[in-house]
Design a protein around this ligand. Structure first.
Ligand code: G3H
Ligand code: ZN
Length: 272
């Protein structure tokens, strides 16, 4: 079916999973996993993934959109963790209905100013804009689970910038390869009560199922997952590649493993 808009999938009290797409195999796995689970999904392509594709957004975006259009699942495209404004400005031409401007590495005032500019551009082009406040660690492979977003500061940030969704730091971090994160649920509730926009949980691969369910019930809305797919992919490749030359012999099980991970997490998040 045609792509749907991210905004149509996001509603208070309901979780929607957003999976990182790096290769065509990721796109097929995410969308077939969503079909199997019978729930909508967000396919997100990060600035890092675009760099992997030689800085070209069009090929991986077009491939993901084509897979979505050939499926029965409701799929939205999201451009993720964008720091480069030139890339941000390409979103509207490639099927994306939402973007994340990531100014979290800047000091508060600069993050606020840059985010407000990104919001103006996004809204002028009909896009839903997510920002981040209180950097969710692990983007360089180092965990920083101690970082927390302050609710009062977040409220001021949302009011000053006009963002549509906010990524917040609540105890986990990116790129965790074990599911051992413990979230600050009291803080999630306080952020939910303080803010008028949906909350986004980044680094969700490290969060166990029960914690994910509780996070959605506490107010997390968009649940971002990347590393969990790469673990499934790489584990299958390590098992099958040593004895094969044809990449299909290991990419097919790798894709199936990612699809099974997607279907499971979709059930956890949508059924919370
Ligand atoms: O924006 C993407 C996510 O935050 C992915 O994080 O790879 O730790 O699941 P993760
Ligand atoms: Zn993230």
């Amino acid at each position: 079916m045609p792509l749907v808009k991210t905004a149509s999938l996001i509603a208070p009290g309901r979780g929607v999973a957003a999976f990182n797409v790096i290769t065509l195999e990721h796109a097929v796995a995410v969308i077939s996993g969503a079909e199997a689970a019978g729930v909508p999904v967000i396919c997100q392509i990060s600035e890092n993934a675009v760099a992997f594709h030689g800085g070209r957004l069009a090929p991986i975006a077009a491939a993901t959109a084509a897979v979505a259009q050939a499926s029965t699942a409701r799929v939205a495209l999201h451009l993720d963790h964008v720091m480069d404004l030139d890339l941000l400005h390409q979103a509207a031409d490639h099927g994306f209905s939402s973007v994340m401007y990531d100014g979290s590495r800047h000091p508060y005032d600069k993050n606020l100013a840059r985010t407000a500019e990104a919001v103006s551009w996004a809204h002028a082009h009909g896009l839903w804009l997510e920002a981040e406040l209180g950097e969710v660690g692990g983007k360089d492979g180092a965990h920083a689970p101690g970082v927390r977003t302050d609710p009062a500061e977040a409220r001021a940030f949302v009011e000053a910038t006009g963002v549509d969704g906010l990524a917040v730091a609540v105890g986990n971090s990116h790129a965790m390869t074990d599911r051992s994160a413990t979230l600050d649920h009291d803080l999630i509730c306080r952020l939910r009560d303080a803010l008028s926009v949906p909350l986004v949980l980044h680094g969700s691969s490290g969060v166990p199922d029960d914690e994910l369910r509780r996070a959605v019930r506490s107010g997390m809305t968009k649940i971002n997952i990347g590393t969990a797919l790469n673990i499934a992919f790489t584990t299958a490749v390590r098992t099958h590649a040593p004895t094969h030359v044809d990449p299909r012999a290991y990419l097919a099980p790798a894709r199936d493993a990612m699809a099974a991970t997607v279907a499971h997490l979709q059930t956890v998040i949508a059924g919370a």
